[in-house]
Design a protein around this ligand. Sequence first.
Ligand code: ATP
Ligand code: MG
Length: 664
Amino acid sequence: MTTSSSTIESTLIENRVFPPPESLARTARIAGMEAYHALCAEAEKDYEGFWARLAREHLQWTRPFTRTLDATNAPFYQWFADGELNASANCLDKHMGTPTENKTALIFEADDGSVTRVSYKELLARVSQFANALKALGVNKGDRVLIYMPMSIEGVVAMQACARIGATHSVVFGGFSAKAVHERIIDAGAVAVITANYQMRGGKELPLKSIIDEALAMGGCECVRNVLVYQRTATPCAMVAGRDKTFAEVLAGQGSDCAPVSVGAEHPLFVLYTSGSTGKPKGVQHSTGGYLLWAKATMDWTFDLRPEDVFWCTADIGWITGHTYVAYGPLAAGATQIVFEGVPTYPNAARFWQMIERHKCSIFYTAPTAIRSLIKAADTDAAVHPARFDLSSLRILGSVGEPINPEAWMWYYKNVGGERCPIVDTFWQTETGGHVITPLPGATPLVPGSCTLPLPGIMAAIVDEVGNDIPNGVGGILVIKRPWPSMIRTIWGDPERFKKSYFPEELKGYYLAGDGAVRSADRGYFRITGRIDDVLNVSGHRMGTMEIESALVAKTDLVAEAAVVGRPDDVTGEAICAFVVLKRPLPKGEEAHQIANELRNWVAKEIGPIAKPKDIRFGENLPKTRSGKIMRRLLRSIARGEAITQDTSTLENPAILEQLSQSN
Ligand code: ATP
Ligand code: MG
């Protein structure tokens, strides 16, 4: 990527360093950097032995494995392949007869603020009953079940019930269109769909079941025999006789005991379609053993989970974060966790802070997009500022999904964490199954905007386009050099695409993450600079879009959010275009012109004149995926003045494209 041409050293070099709080450095599961390095050394010395030890410690096997890694058909790696286990048993049954059985597993807070609690014992009974209902409908081990549910206890129950009988679930976020659902039903060959009549978001009742009806009516979905409908609200929905049944109907008469089905470690626990920031969604297939191992181990390591913690991951179960850190990891670790149905801005932008206070949340894990929107809200309305709430229960904060700009990091650290809570900026992907590069709260000195160091056993590195290592301080492409247990197994139904996307020939068999990164010269810390496609080349200087975006967002009096893309330019090769959301109403005419100039000069001062955006466009928002990530590929088309022909099925707010196209 950056070996030949000159590289701009970011002037955003971060000198702020935050050591772990003293108490955590003493008591955490991985306490201090020496403990971290010792684990890394163990993995270096005996890679398979390291993973085998963890797999025995963190999981209960119905049949112990004898082989750890099988690389004979690389890159289709197999882990613990002759071992057998059940994921649901490892999340629920294993706690029975221990003090955890009567502990609260889920604290569900609905959109309207009502709260329901479920203990581990009750959750096991509900999962078992639902599993019996699925079996009665003829759903078998290996069948695929599409889940299109709101955030709910029932959503978690549905996923766990599939796991219990060995059915492979494919959760689709309940904001996707009928077309997107249709594509996924066909690709996965689902035999059943689990949905709800409606969902509640921000006080509004939004349809789910009618979208499933629409998707199934698009044709080619004969594979679907049953549609199970959870009555989330009292409003009736259309039901197709013979095909559709309510939860009440299918659960009636089913007992609350169901023996978990033992499956091979490589059995596909789920297929999850990626969010679509960069192209056509891929059905990422995960295993049972390796995946669950990492879901559990990272709960212990990254979040240093303690029995008394109240854990809250705000991600929807429709995303990988909601799989690993809502549906599986916290349960496997025996945590009490909050599950939230609504949105961070309803009834107002203090919702998260109120909920942390109300439930005495101690570990809070959210996304930069949410943090940025709450900063913007708190800046304009003191009543929703976190300072107004008692957040003293918090001890660890987390961030996931996108790089977090250093200024947003600082705000989160000061205003939410009270300068007391480490922030774990966890870098990972749908494909990695769990965290891969992240600080450890009791060990790693934190640097804002950096995901710091790989977890023990994860051989992450930065290389050039032929797989050679690149020195610290120089940007390159992020790879993982050795297979690890929770990695993607294949793209569902498309092994060729799997090989091409993640193990390109020129990269020496390394796993290609698709992100650019740089390691700091002093500490060797990783910083993600953006997707590989997002690297800009201006007059031979290579820059990550992230650097320029962070510089813009650092203009805290003006800028709420920014996205940067390149467009071809006759003179400079590529020109920088910035799309900016201001903390004030959309400027027009002369005012827009003036603000744009002010921002250009600001970037020139922060990074250098070469990084000055040529075009600056203002919008009330940016095009985002439904998981809240900026869709730069669409912005690239707008910047080039092209019509948008790409797949926009995962776009949250289509109207914004029009506004940005015109705002030139
Ligand atoms: P698609 O692969 O369909 O384009 P996606 O990559 O957005 O979608 P995910 O697997 O949900 O889907 O997201 C993983 C990506 O999110 C990473 O590759 C990286 O670009 C970004 N990311 C996640 N966490 C972090 C983080 N802590 N720091 C920087 N980037 C992050
Ligand atoms: Mg991706």
